[in-house]
Design a protein around this ligand. Sequence first.
Ligand code: PTJ
Length: 245
Amino acid sequence: MNIPKSHPRFVSLSIREKIVKGYNDGLVAKEGLLAHGRGEAFDYLVGEKTTKVARYAIKAAAAKLLSAENPVISVNGNVAALCPKEIVQLAKAANAKIEVNLFYHDESRKKKIEKSLKKAGAKQVLGMNPRSYRKIGGLDSPRRIIDKDGIFVADVVLVPLEDGDRTEALKKMGKDVITFDLNPLSRTAQMADITIVDNVIRGMRLLVSACKKSKTAKNNFNNKKSLSSAISEIKNNLKRRGSLA
Ligand code: PTJ
């Protein structure tokens, strides 16, 4: 649908159209539409803008990626539909590898995601060759399948819009985990080293810019404090709108 620019919710509805297009093009799982709806609800609560807390987390994430020896960006269907160009730009800026990793395993969807990433400029997309598959121990979901040249050997992994226990498993493997998650209460948000509580569509652009500025200085980031500030920002936002006494 062509959303009129004058519509008060133009931006949010346009992002929704991107996800629907991604679904129609075979990139997004049916369940990805539901996940997007949950994200929309939290985006509404954070005020549909990148907060100060998220900006601080983005700086920390850029520093972490730039100081990594072997950073990898894990791509699922939703992320591939929402920001393929930014994924490729981030991979270049941070010298990171790109790996497709799906929760709702589907070989044909994987190939379509690979194709769309290559169309966006990616030279190499990992996670595609069964001979390179390795397993994350103690994890039963299809996300346990990782590439021997990618996530398996990575020291820092960016896992945007993740669904739970893989972050914990990656931590057990000794990796640093960065995530984008609009829900500061999610298991992934709580388990990651750096959680960027922002819509990936806004935050990924800022992360690319931060990496291009090549700032590796540490900013004393503390994820627990950052998440509790994100929750306070949601509360303040609700107060400002008069929905909370
Ligand atoms: O493509 P696949 O098979 O790998 O599946 C991808 C999805 C996203 C369907 C899968 O990972 C999943 O089911 O995720 P969950 O458990 O719904 O978790 C997704 C998290 O991302 C939730 O906490 C949402 O609030 C959050 N989220 C959704 N959309 C966005 C978001 N966070 C940031 N930006 C968004 N646009």
